[in-house]
Design a protein around this ligand. Structure first.
Ligand code: ATP
Length: 238
């Protein structure tokens, strides 16, 4: 089976800072893959490189077998990759509904397409339906995360990349978000997930990569990573 997404020896920089030092990873159709590691390891930079916000200096990056290096971020969204960034970045001064509409417009300016996306979002998150005219900035943290995920799904991605969806949320809310991620995956979505909450991520994922100072130091099935006490202590902050 060929990979949906494939990075091979990717090097990315911020000016002189060498943030990714030869990252190689694959995500196959239908998988949830976890990308784990401590603060500053390069997890967010990996997602930013995939979504075109950071252009790698060398290495190959392919989506559905085609190189996407150097493509503009909006072209990468059109090709089917959506990135839900850390900190959610919803538009606080707009309503829930308007945020969703914007998510759809990034892909296609078509009323029917947008309406169908909104219906799907409200089926997945009835809470958002109840609050559709509320300003997004006044939603709770968990609701804002639901909105950020739904806004990403509005573009009907083939690959959904989530950067720390559990950040700043109470454990009970995290459980709810993780359940929804599993549900979205069951409906067929391929997911690349960054998490500080490694235990929660490895419950969902089929495979995981551990990244340290810009390099992949370990990769294995989620079961093996989860059950290895040394790994959990050394890399996963348990
Ligand atoms: P965290 O969980 O803390 O977000 P991370 O694993 O996502 O960590 P990155 O945000 O990818 O880490 O950062 C990787 C390295 O690149 C760090 O050393 C960071 O300081 C640096 N870095 C990130 N963004 C920039 C930037 N805009 N300019 C300069 N350096 C940056």
């Amino acid at each position: 089976m060929s990979a949906l997404l494939k990075l091979d020896q990717i090097h990315s920089y911020y000016g002189k800072i060498h943030a990714l030092k030869g990252i190689s990873l694959e995500v196959n159709q239908g998988e949830i893959v976890a990308l784990l590691g401590s603060n500053g390891a390069g997890k967010s930079t990996t997602l930013k490189t995939i979504s075109g916000l950071v252009v790698p200096k060398s290495g190959t990056l392919e989506f559905e077998g085609k190189s996407i290096v150097g493509e503009f971020p909006h072209k990468i969204v059109e090709s089917g990759i959506v990135h839900v960034p850390e900190g959610r970045r919803i538009f606080g001064g707009l309503t829930v509904l308007e945020n969703l509409e914007i998510g759809g417009y990034t892909k296609r300016k078509d009323k029917k397409f947008i309406q169908e996306g909104i219906t799907r979002a409200f089926d997945l998150f009835p809470r958002l339906k109840e609050r559709q005219v509320q300003l997004a900035g006044t939603l709770s943290g968990g609701e804002q995360q639901m909105l950020a995920i739904s806004r990403g799904l509005m573009a009907e991605p083939k690959l959904l990349m989530l950067d720390e969806p559990s950040m700043g949320l109470a454990p009970i809310i995290v459980e709810g978000i993780m359940r929804i991620i599993r549900e979205i995956n069951k409906q067929g979505m391929t997911i690349l997930l960054i998490e500080q909450n490694a235990k929660a991520a490895l419950k969902l994922a089929s495979r995981g990569y551990i990244i340290e100072t810009g390099e992949i130091v370990m990769q294995d099935s989620a079961d093996i990573l989860r059950d290895d006490d040394k790994i959990v202590k050394a890399y996963l902050g348990a």
